[in-house]
Design a protein. Structure first.
Length: 286
C-alpha cells in the first residue's frame, strides 16, 4: 500500500514525492514512538482507568460504569485511545494491557459493590486480539481474585469480532455467558449490515453508537434507526444502551422509546475513581 502510494506520488512529480516521503516518515516515526512507549507504559505506571457513569433511563439512577483506558506518556504526553489502541492491537501489546484493564476494573467494581453501590455493573472493552486461548480462564481468574460477581461484569465487544471466525469465538462467548458474564455489542450499527450474528451468539446488550444518538430527536433517520434497534433488541431479549448522550432532549427521547440505559457527557464525562464516587452521590440530579 505504501509502495503503491509512493509510486503514485513519484508519478506526479518530484516535489510531491519529497513532500510525501517527509509526511510518511513523520507518520512512521510517530507510530514507532507510540509502539516503543506502549511497551513500557504498563511497567512505568503510565496507564490509568477512568469511569463513565451508566444511567438507568427510567429512574435516572447510576447503575454502572464503563471503564476507559487513559495513557499519559512521559515522551508523548496525553495520548487518545483512538490513536494508541489501534497500535496496541496491531502489535499485540493490547493483550497484556487488556489483562491489566480487566484486573483493575474488576478490583475497583468489587470494592464499590462492597461499599457504596451494591448493584453496580462494570463494563470493560475487549479488543478482538484478546479473544485468544486463555481468555476465558483469565476472566475467571480476575473474577475470583477480585471477588466480583460475574453478573456485575459486562464485556464490550465489536461487531467486527462477531463477523469473524465463529468456530473459536462461539465457545468462548458461551463459556463467558455460562459464568454469568454479560456480553455487550459496542458501537452497534456502525460495523456491518448483517444481523444474523444476533441469533448466533449469547448477547445481552446493544450499545447504539453515538453517531445515531447525535441526530436525536430531530433527524428522522436517527429516530427511525434508534427506535428500530430498541424494538429489535427487546424482542430478542436484549437491553439497549445509548452512548454519546449530550443533551436533555436526547435523554428524554431515549427514555420515551424505552432505551434501557444512557451514557454520555450530559450525565458525566469519564472521570477518575474518586470523582466517580462523588458522582454516585448526586444521582438524583438528572
Ligand atoms: P467506546 O468503547 O465506544 O467508548 C466511548 C467513547 O466515547 C469514549 O472515548 C468516551 O470518552 C466517549 N464519550 C462518552 N460520552 C460521550 C459523549 O457524550 N460525546 C462524545 N463525543 N463522546 C463521548 P475514549 O475514552 O476516547 O475511548 C475511545 C475508544 O477507545 C473506546 O470507544 C474504545 O473502543 C477504545 N477503548 C478505550 N478504553 C479501552 C480499553 O480499555 N480496551 C480496549 N480494547 N479499547 C478501549
Ligand atoms: Mg465501549
Ligand atoms: Mg461505544
Ligand atoms: Mg462508540
Amino acid at each position: 500500500n505504501a509502495d503503491a502510494a509512493m509510486y503514485h506520488a513519484k508519478q506526479s512529480g518530484r516535489n510531491n514525492f519529497q513532500f510525501f516521503t517527509v509526511e510518511l516518515n513523520e507518520q512512521l516515526q510517530r507510530r514507532f514512538m507510540i509502539e516503543q512507549g506502549l511497551r513500557k507504559a504498563l511497567s512505568a505506571g503510565e496507564l490509568s482507568l477512568v469511569y463513565q457513569p451508566v444511567v438507568d433511563s427510567r429512574h435516572s439512577q447510576i447503575v454502572g460504569a464503563e471503564a476507559l483506558l487513559r495513557w499519559h506518556s512521559e515522551e508523548l504526553g496525553h495520548m487518545s485511545p483512538s490513536e494508541f489502541i489501534p497500535v496496541a492491537e496491531d502489535t499485540g501489546i493490547i493483550v497484556a494491557i487488556g489483562d491489566w484493564v480487566l484486573e483493575q476494573a474488576c478490583m475497583r467494581a468489587a470494592r464499590w459493590r462492597r461499599t457504596i453501590a451494591p448493584n453496580l455493573v462494570i463494563a470493560v472493552n475487549l479488543s478482538p486480539r484478546q479473544f485468544n486461548d486463555g481468555l476465558v480462564e483469565r476472566v475467571a481468574q480476575c473474577l475470583q481474585r477480585s471477588g466480583l460477581d460475574p453478573r456485575a461484569l459486562e464485556l464490550e465487544i465489536t461487531e467486527r469480532l462477531l463477523m469473524g471466525d465463529s468456530e473459536t469465538l462461539l465457545p468462548m462467548l458461551n463459556a463467558l455467558a455460562a459464568m454469568g458474564v454479560r456480553i455487550s455489542v459496542d458501537d452497534f450499527g456502525t460495523g456491518y449490515s448483517s444481523l444474523s450474528y444476533l441469533k448466533r451468539f449469547p448477547l445481552h446488550n446493544l450499545k447504539v453508537d453515538r453517531s445515531f444518538v447525535a441526530g436525536l430527536p430531530d433527524h428522522h433517520d436517527s429516530v427511525a434507526i434508534t427506535q428500530a434497534v430498541v424494538a429489535m433488541a427487546h424482542s430478542l431479549g436484549m437491553h439497549v444502551t445509548a452512548e454519546g448522550v449530550e443533551t436533555a432532549a436526547q435523554a428524554e427521547f431515549l427514555r420515551s422509546i424505552g432505551c434501557d440505559t444512557l451514557q454520555g457527557y450530559f450525565f458525566s464525562v469519564p472521570v477518575g475513581a474518586l470523582a466517580y464516587e462523588e458522582t454516585l452521590a448526586r444521582v438524583a440530579d438528572f
